[in-house]
Design a protein around this ligand. Structure first.
Ligand code: NAD
Length: 257
């Protein structure tokens, strides 16, 4: 039995992952805006630090794995705050509790959107850790309907790059902590429900994210991959974003390994 902290555990992929882990006999401490063991807001630094402290306290000081799922897909600047800083700052705050575990693991959720057109200045600002600058750039993107959607893809590209940069460092690999991401294609959760109610919405989503293998997926496929990445069995997968997307990444990027 292991102790997991899961952000975004109130809905969708995080909720399903939490349910499976509990069924398997593990302890799960969920973090979300409501309805979880820790109620907190990951859109601000204070909220992230308070949530990490509370999750660590409930866990009794030692956490075996953290799975960061909380995210937004709205074309607004708060999406950058939650999707990037709400994962990275929260994970950094959880790192000391992870080092006390005999087999610590971390997984987070990126997206197939990480491979799609983004806003490079926003990606760079996020990777430099400058949230004020990131929010200023995201505000400009948000103001123009032609660029507002780039906030989401930028947040996910930054997350996948952050994982590659951070995974081999002393804080993670050096402390025996594998750090990896899963990049889902289209998943049937409350996040995508509205978009997929009309044939036009489905056609738009499928044009952007073609999924030749089994089309849209429920959250279970992503949950099982997150669970493997954070299991004791994962000793050497490090710094990767593993696309679980029905083939969308290979269709879109072809030979570009
Ligand atoms: P969801 O909306 O069902 O769940 C997201 C959860 O994050 C919600 O419970 C929400 O309350 C929580 N959250 C949002 N803002 C928060 C905040 N400020 N503080 C704390 N919690 C907050 O969506 P989902 O589909 O389960 O998405 C989970 C992750 O998967 C997200 O990072 C999303 O970007 C990613 N993703 C989803 C899809 C998809 O098709 N659904 C595809 C690729 C990536």
């Amino acid at each position: 039995s292991r102790t997991y902290v899961i952000t975004g555990a109130g809905s969708g992929i995080g909720k399903t992952t939490a349910q499976i882990l509990v069924e398997q006999g593990n302890t799960v401490i969920g973090v979300d805006l409501k309805g979880t063991e820790v109620v907190g807001d990951l859109s601000s630094r204070e909220g992230r630090l308070a949530a990490a402290a509370e999750a660590t306290r409930i866990a009794g000081g030692t956490v075996d794995a953290v799975i960061a799922c909380a995210g937004l897909a709205i074309p607004k600047r708060i999406t950058a705050a939650v999707n990037f800083f709400g994962m990275t700052e929260f994970l950094e705050a959880m790192q000391p509790a992870l080092t006390l575990s005999p087999a610590p693991r971390v997984a987070l959720i990126s997206s197939i959107a990480s491979t799609q057109p983004t806003a490079p200045p926003l990606v760079e600002a996020m990777l430099s850790g400058d949230e004020t600058m990131s929010m200023s750039i995201a505000s400009t993107l948000e103001a123009d309907p032609a660029t507002a959607n780039l906030i989401y893809s930028a947040s996910k590209q930054a997350i996948s790059r952050w994982v590659r940069r951070e995974a081999p460092t002393a804080r993670w690999a050096g402390a025996g902590i594998p750090l990896n991401a899963v990049g889902p294609g289209t998943v049937l959760t409350p996040m995508t429900a509205d978009l997929l109610t009309t044939p036009e919405g489905v056609a738009m989503v499928d044009a952007a994210v073609p999924m030749p293998l089994n089309s849209h997926q429920g959250p279970e496929s992503i949950a099982h991959l997150l669970i493997w990445l954070t299991s004791v069995e994962n000793t050497h997968c490090c710094g990767q974003t593993i696309y679980c997307d029905g083939g969308a990444d290979v269709v879109l990027r072809g030979d570009d390994v």
